[in-house]
Design a protein around this ligand. Sequence first.
Ligand SMILES: *Cc1c(COP(=O)(O)O)cnc(C)c1O
Length: 378
Amino acid sequence: MNTKIYLSSPHMGGTEQGYVNEAFETNWIAPLGPNVTGFEQSIKNYLKEGSHVAALSSGTAAIHLALILLGVERGDEVLCQTITFSASANPIAYQGATPIFVDSEPDTWNMCPHFLEEAIKARIKKGKKPKAIIVVHLYGMPYKIEEVTAVAKKYEIPVVEDSAEALGSSYKGRKCGTFGDISILSFNGNKIITTSGGGALVSKDPKIKEESIFLSTQARDDAPHYQHSHIGYNYRMSNVCAGIGRGQMEVLDEHVVLRRGMNSFYERIFKNVESVSVFKEPSSDFYSNHWLSCITLNNQFTEISTDEIRHTLDADNIECRPLWKPMHLQPIFKDAPYYGAKVAENLFNNGLCLPSGSNLTTGEKERIEVALKSIFKI
Ligand SMILES: *Cc1c(COP(=O)(O)O)cnc(C)c1O
């Protein structure tokens, strides 16, 4: 059997272990220390725009704290992009709030500003104004930032920017992770850079950073004994993991170039295939890190199904996956309200994610190319 080709696997740059060794040598084996501070500083320098960064144990933890800091409580409603990974929506349930799912627009596959406004108007009419909007840069593609932000501002609802997949992406030259009232990043093992597991909360307000560190370290009041006047969480990033992150930040831009190269690789393969569209930026204002490269099939032009592609690639030990299944179609959220017109559902039915790692070798790319060309007889 050929070795497995993954959609996205960890890709070390070389300096990570030095930072980790430093943590061992100085005995900073704790959820605080010089690597945590150094990692936060390097993300801050990368994002610019006056960002303040709190390194946490995961992107999911960051979304959870963002909702807490925005005052989301039991019985509240929170708007959320329907096509996304479940971690975008689960923290709404942690808070005992109700997710209200919003469909996508076809250009960026992200939250549709029109259906967002429809949803807000309908919820207000029913008697409750949503407390927050969780919007995602899916697969690294920036959402329609100006349009979504305009609707959020019009109704004065804060935006949680889920930038878990979009570190290194930008819109009109400004980095993703700087557009939300609160933004979040993920450094899980499959993301563009990794700390093995980790995340960050980003805000322009230094008080938000301070409060998220307070809540992520068990919410200890200022007292010699352990005194608590808030429910706390154990969500801070480990100094060992942050060491990996410091090394990874040194190669982030290189990874972006390589992932974008994978997207061009698929564009070349499918250049003359009418039935396949490779997911691209709608205009030069958008710059995607192409965390994952995706295709959609136009079944008007082909008998080939996404299942057939997936099974053929799988037979050669090449990973391939349908797009995220929309949250309003998930058993866990089947009763949640949804506003839209099946754009996300159609994407799910006709789309696939292809291997996109920054560490794929020439030989691995050849295997992918041969397998895809055999399916489409090109
Ligand atoms: C990965 C991911 C998350 C969660 O991040 P973790 O660090 O794995 O908890 C949230 N949202 C999206 C869109 C993601 O892809």
